[in-house]
Design a binder for this molecule. Structure first.
Ligand SMILES: [Zn+2]
Ligand SMILES: [Zn+2]
Length: 369
C-alpha cells in the first residue's frame, strides 16, 4: 500500500494558504473588536472619573500603572476614547470590527480640524476608509482635511465680518464715531483716508495733527459722495445738509435759531459758512417761526456759474493747497447776507478746510489782480 502523502500537520494551523490568510483576517477582526471594547471601557472609565476613586492623580497614571503602558500610549488611548464617545458611526464601525483602531485614529485626527463638518460627513468617511488600505485611507482623509481646513478659514472670516459695526452719536455738541470693520473693509477705509492724508500732499503751513487730518479726510469723502453721487436724481447738486437758521443768526448775531438737523445748535459763524455756498438746504426764518426762505429758491449758484467759477479757479485758491475742485465750495467774498451778489466777481473756490479758516478769519483770501 502506498501511503498517501499529506502535508505535515502544523500545530493547529490550517492546511491551505488561503485558509491561513483567512484565519489571520478573522483574528485581526477579533483583535480590532477587543480594541474597540478596550476603547469603550476607557471611555466609560473617563465618564465615571474612576481614577479619583482609585486614588490616581490622572487617568493617564491609572492606565500606565494598571496596563504597564507608556505615558504616550496611555494618552493616545484616552484621546481616542474621548473622541469616539462623540463619534457614533465611528464607534459602531469600531465595535463591529469594520474599522480598526489605526483607521479610527485617522478619523479622530481629521475630526479635530473641523468637527462640525466632520459630523456631517462622518458616515461617508467611515464607509469610504473601511474599504481602503491604510495608505489610501490616509490620503482620502488628508484631502478631506484640506477642504475642511479651508472651510474653517472661511468660517472664521465670516465670524469676523459678523462683528462689524459703526456707531455715530451726537454727544455734547460733537459727533462721536466708533466702530470696527473686517480686514478687507478696513483696508478700503484706510486706503481712502491715506489717499487724503498723505503728508507729501500737504502744504507747509498745515498745522493739523494726523488724527485731525483723518477726521477732515472722512468729512471730505462724505461731502464728495453727497455732492457727486448721481442718486436718486440726475441733479448736479444735491442737498446734503439741512440747516435751520434765522436771518439774525445769518447776520452774525448770536442767540438766534441756528441748527442742523441731526447735530443741533451751531454758531452763527458756521451758519454763515454753510449758507455761503448754496449746496445746503436751508430754512431761514425771522426770529423763531416766520419762514423767509425754504430750500434753494434764491441765491443758488447756477450750474453755468459754477462751471465758469471752476474753469477760472481750477481748485482751492489758497496758495499751496491744491485741493481738487470736486471738494471745493463756492465762497462769497462778500456774503450774500451782507448784500454780496452771487456773481463770478464775488465768488471764489475754497476747499472745505480753507472755507472754514476764511470764515473764521484765520486765513485771508489772496488779493485779486
Ligand atoms: Zn464762504
Ligand atoms: Zn484749500
Amino acid at each position: 500500500m502506498t501511503a498517501v502523502m499529506t502535508p505535515p500537520a502544523t500545530d493547529g494551523f490550517p492546511m491551505f494558504s488561503e485558509d491561513l490568510v483567512e484565519r489571520l483576517v478573522q483574528q485581526r477582526r477579533a483583535a480590532a473588536s477587543i480594541e474597540a471594547e478596550c476603547t469603550a471601557l476607557v471611555a466609560e472609565m473617563i465618564r465615571r472619573d474612576i481614577h479619583d476613586d482609585l486614588g490616581y492623580r490622572s487617568m493617564t497614571s491609572l492606565l500606565m500603572d494598571r496596563l504597564g503602558v507608556s505615558a504616550g500610549v496611555a494618552r493616545a488611548m484616552i484621546s481616542v476614547a474621548t473622541a469616539v464617545a462623540d463619534m457614533p458611526p465611528t464607534l459602531a464601525a469600531l465595535t463591529s470590527g469594520d474599522l480598526d483602531l489605526a483607521r479610527v485614529r485617522l478619523l479622530v485626527a481629521a475630526r479635530e480640524i473641523n468637527s462640525t463638518l466632520f459630523a456631517d460627513h462622518e458616515q461617508t468617511l467611515v464607509d469610504t476608509i473601511s474599504g481602503l488600505g491604510m495608505r489610501d485611507a490616509g490620503r482620502a482623509l488628508d484631502y478631506w482635511s484640506q477642504q475642511a481646513a479651508l472651510d474653517v478659514v472661511e468660517h472664521d472670516a465670516q465670524t469676523v465680518r459678523e462683528r462689524r459695526r459703526l456707531h455715530v452719536s451726537v454727544l455734547s455738541g460733537m459727533v462721536h464715531i466708533d466702530g470696527r470693520l473686517d480686514p478687507v473693509a478696513g483696508q478700503v477705509v484706510i486706503t481712502a483716508l491715506n489717499s487724503l492724508t498723505d503728508s507729501a500732499n500737504l502744504d507747509s503751513d498745515d498745522g493739523r495733527t494726523a488724527s485731525q487730518r483723518r477726521a477732515d479726510a472722512l468729512t471730505d469723502l462724505c461731502r464728495d459722495h453727497l455732492d457727486h453721487n448721481d442718486l436718486p436724481a440726475q441733479r448736479k447738486e444735491r442737498p446734503h445738509v439741512m440747516v435751520h437758521l434765522s436771518l439774525e443768526a445769518l447776520e452774525g448775531r448770536a442767540g438766534n435759531p441756528c441748527e442742523l438737523d441731526d447735530t443741533g445748535v451751531i454758531t452763527p459763524q458756521t451758519a454763515r459758512q454753510l449758507a455761503c455756498d448754496a449746496k445746503i438746504t436751508r430754512v431761514i426764518t425771522r426770529g423763531e417761526s416766520q419762514v423767509l426762505d425754504v430750500g434753494r429758491a434764491t441765491r443758488v449758484i447756477s450750474t453755468g456759474l459754477r462751471s465758469a467759477l471752476v474753469t477760472r479757479d481750477g481748485g482751492c485758491i489758497i496758495d499751496g493747497c491744491g485741493a481738487p475742485r470736486r471738494w471745493c465750495d463756492a465762497h462769497h467774498v462778500v456774503h450774500w447776507a451782507d448784500g454780496g451778489p452771487t456773481s463770478l466777481d464775488n465768488l471764489v473756490l475754497l476747499c472745505g478746510r480753507h472755507h472754514t479758516l476764511v470764515h473764521d478769519g484765520r486765513v485771508r483770501l489772496p488779493r485779486r489782480e
